[in-house]
Design a protein around this ligand. Sequence first.
Ligand code: SF4
Length: 331
Amino acid sequence: MPLLDIKNLTLEIPHEGKLIKALDKVSLTVREGEIRALVGESGSGKSIIVTVISGATPPNWRVTADRMTWNGEDLLNISAERRRTIMNREIAVVFQNPLTALDPSVKIGAQIKESIPNELVVGKYFWQRAARRKKTTISTLHKVGIKDHLGVMNSYPHEISTGIGQRIMLAMALVAQPKIIIADDPTRGMETKTKTQILKLLTKLNVTRSVAVLFVSHDLLAIASMANSMTVLYCGQTVESGKMKNLKKRPLHPYTKALIDSAPSFRSDLSHKTLLPALSGSIPALQNVPIGCRLGPRCPRAQRECVNVPSPRRIHEHTYSCHFPLHREKR
Ligand code: SF4
């Protein structure tokens, strides 16, 4: 049974008296111990999925799904209290901008200590429990690569860099010993060295503690080496999903191919200043999405039939939604 199982998730957001579909029948699964990449351009709806999973949607957003379960529990029909417990103990979310996710008026050390669930703090007396919290905070900061733990613990969020902030978010996620870490573009805007360290850290956690990871990113190059599987999203629709190695080697959907081709290449046969291949145009605004397949106006393979929404098709563990997939031309 998958840990996180989402089938046909639709999210409608009110806009100028109408409901617009920010997510349209999105499906996503994450199994125990798996690293799944959720990729797509900016504006494809990746972060909205994270918001829906964490239950932080405003009351006027309409969320419907055929299935949205966590470890077999229906996330759409559980009490707010149970949802909070799951989010505190089992699902950890590392948000995109760490410095806005932290409380600006509380020192970082206190915020990490507060994130440690009471049941993980042993000790009969309060000073024993306080010492335990401090010890766990320091060891977790070391684990995420922060050596100057005292300096960081005594700082306020505005006094640290984004790279350190991202590590702190990871530390706050780790102290609760979650079953899954949902990392929403945690390496955006980071320099390469810090980015590599964060990716290595997540991979290590996955290997040593079997923590599942849902890695949300637009940077396919960064996650291609660490993820086992990948789900590709375009304009709020799932376009392709499957094992990372199959999708990289033989993508069936034109959008997945375009994403892979647009990643920087280090091939020696490329001449100097070769332009990266990219799809023309840009992702449409949600108020003006095309009918049928949303990639239609940008797709080099589009034909008349594409005005109808393609149904998902499945070949073993590989799912795609396209009327004219690559490598599957009718003979
Ligand atoms: S359904 Fe048509 S428009 Fe959409 S990706 Fe496939 S070929 Fe392109």
